[in-house]
Design a protein around this ligand. Sequence first.
Ligand code: GLN
Length: 452
Amino acid sequence: QAHVDAVEALNPTLNALITVTADQALAQARAADAALASGDDRPLLGLPLAIKDLFCTKGVRTTAGSRILGPFVPPYESTVTANLLRDGAVFLGKANLDEFAMGSSNMTSAYGAVVNPWKRRQDADAVLVPGGSSGGSAAAVAGRIALGATGTDTGGSIRQPASFCGIAGIKPTYGRCSRWGIVAFASSLDQAGPFARTVEDCAILLRSMAGHDPKDSTSADRPVPDFAAACARGVRGLRIGVPREYRADGMPGEIEALWQQGLAWLRAEGAEIVDVSLPHTKYGLATYYIVAPAEASSNLARYDGVRFGLRADGGDLRELYEHTRAEGFGEEVRRRVLIGTYVLSAGYYDAYYLRAQKVRALILRDFTDAFAQVDALLTPTAPSAAFAQGENMDDPVAMYLNDVFTVPASMAGVPAMSVPAGLDGNGLPLGLQIIGRPFDEETVFAVAAAIE
Ligand code: GLN
């Protein structure tokens, strides 16, 4: 009830949830109460969560932040949300996001921008973005509406909002969580993961979300470890790499200082700090913004006005497609579909898409080489703290630069987590990113817990 009240009190300002499922939440909570009384000890029993509105939820509208899915009510439950329900979670509602998870600010949602609960010390009137694309999930947790939330991360959409909102969030290894029933953006990059106030809470949520699923051919058939136990391991004897290419020109001094502080904390806890090189980092953003739109243009071809959601008037079939897509997709989604279609077209495929795939292999090799020397990497999560609504809006490339530190781990498929590490001069939270070996989320959690 306290969380349902918080939704009522805060959601009109934060716009963190697109759909509120208060009645369902209270019914689930009552059932959890009864189960608890009879000795049920499922790990998430009665815990109120927000679910990114990219996860299909049976009988509950799922919009993906797009007008084109406005009327869509899935007849099935995504595997990740089914796993959370299996373990006793309560769902407060569906969290706002950038349209089809394309964005870093939550400004591209067809359901209005999300407001970051944090305020700048100077210029307290500025309305700050929560980051994106999982901005509603992050704002719901930071605003104390929900105890935890699900997100998805294709190029940083869990880590960057976690950093902007002062909470923890992890993108696990590609394949750790099933993608079945999650609205697809870029299928070779999309991964689900949790947000929570603490590293340990993220570990508990991830254990429930993860696991092999025969319905997703890229889901990994591996045992799911007790991630929460790993949080207490400490970092003594671990080798932590500092990738020198992440020292971007023009990185604010505060972020560089926080990075050094994080390294100092780890050194004090017994870790060894090692300089490493990821030489292809500088191509990460450029290749991501070819591969992700290419896959998106293909995935979004299914929104034709016939099978899902919105259907516009059209004389013939072609007009039906055109009108539905013109009415249903926002500007950023159209931009991605155009870029993606272009780089996949016959005359340009080799020059752009194929080349980007080759560079992607080199980015993965960088990580493989680095992990021969170190157990994890530490970097800043984002090149800035939360910015104000309207900032970075005129130039899509300026917006894409937000992802410079998060996309390489996505391209390589390796696990990466953002942990709150300090505040900037305006009192705004800043996160540090821990990147781990494939399927070694446990070390990522251990390092994150040592920084937190
Ligand atoms: N900001 C990146 C993009 O716009 C990443 C989004 C995501 O991870 N879903 O593509």
